[in-house]
Design a protein around this ligand. Structure first.
Ligand SMILES: [Zn+2]
Length: 248
């Protein structure tokens, strides 16, 4: 499908609406920042549900909820924001070296548009757009559920920045849920890189067990269970809440 002509027409319309709604958009932005603040509602020793039988709970593992975001290549930073442009850090993320940037881009799909999608740094070798299934539906896109960096044959979109636009042939994914941990933590849990585990999230009203959770081990990581906003809402959890690996 040809993405450009129709989409860009929609972008221009959207930008016009957005100019008119600028005040509202700024308020939304403030909320988004507030939500990412750590707000611990830690349940140290959850009541073990009877269905767990002889299985044990390993943890606690802090939950990190990823809102929709974009990782950009150097080339795309320059197209979207201008020649020699450098991304500006506003906040460090939990994973060492990763940070949220001041910059946002507009993500354009076949059916809709999402403005002000946060750019995360540092720059990567390939541009990657991470959406929830709800975002994808709104945009009219069908991204595959993939591990970060596994982008071959993934979904397409258009990115729009203040200096230009990029037609992304691939790079749009729904991130596969995963747990980051150090080799020491993996040892203590009896796990290794690429293991698949089930994770129990004991929230008071919407407790959920997530299966198919990928374990990612590196001495560059910090312990964190990464979910997207759909998954977090389904389980009634937010960043800073606690989850447990189910060990049979
Ligand atoms: Zn992650």
């Amino acid at each position: 499908m040809d993405l450009t002509a129709q989409m860009l027409k929609r972008v221009v319309e959207e930008l016009r609406v957005h100019e008119a709604l600028k005040g509202t958009a700024d308020r939304e932005e403030a909320c988004e920042k507030g939500e990412s603040e750590k707000n611990w509602t830690k349940i140290d020793t959850p009541t073990k549900p009877s269905w767990l039988g002889s299985a044990t709970l390993l943890g606690p593992i802090p939950v990190g909820v990823s809102n929709r975001h974009v990782h950009l290549s150097r080339e795309h930073v320059e197209i979207l924001f201008g020649r020699d442009y450098r991304l500006r850090k506003i906040k460090d993320l939990t994973q060492p070296g990763q940070f949220a940037c001041e910059e946002t881009v507009m993500v354009v799909g076949r059916r809709g548009v999402i403005p002000k999608v946060r750019v995360l740094g540092p720059e990567r070798s390939q541009t990657q757009v991470e959406l929830s299934a709800t975002d994808a539906r709104l945009l009219g896109l069908k991204p595959p559920v993939r591990d970060s960096g596994d982008l071959a044959g993934s979904e397409t979109c258009v990115l729009v920045g203040p200096a230009g636009y990029v037609v992304l042939k691939e790079g749009v994914i729904i991130a596969k849920r995963h747990i980051h941990m150090t080799p020491q933590e993996a040892d203590s849990f009896g796990l290794k890189d690429k293991d698949i585990v089930a994770v129990y999230v004991p929230s008071p009203e919407r407790a959920v067990v997530f299966d198919d959770v990928l374990v990612r081990v590196s001495d560059k990581y910090a312990l964190d269970f990464h979910l997207d906003t759909d998954e977090a809402n389904a389980a009634g959890v937010k960043t800073g809440d606690i989850a447990y690996i189910i060990k049979q």
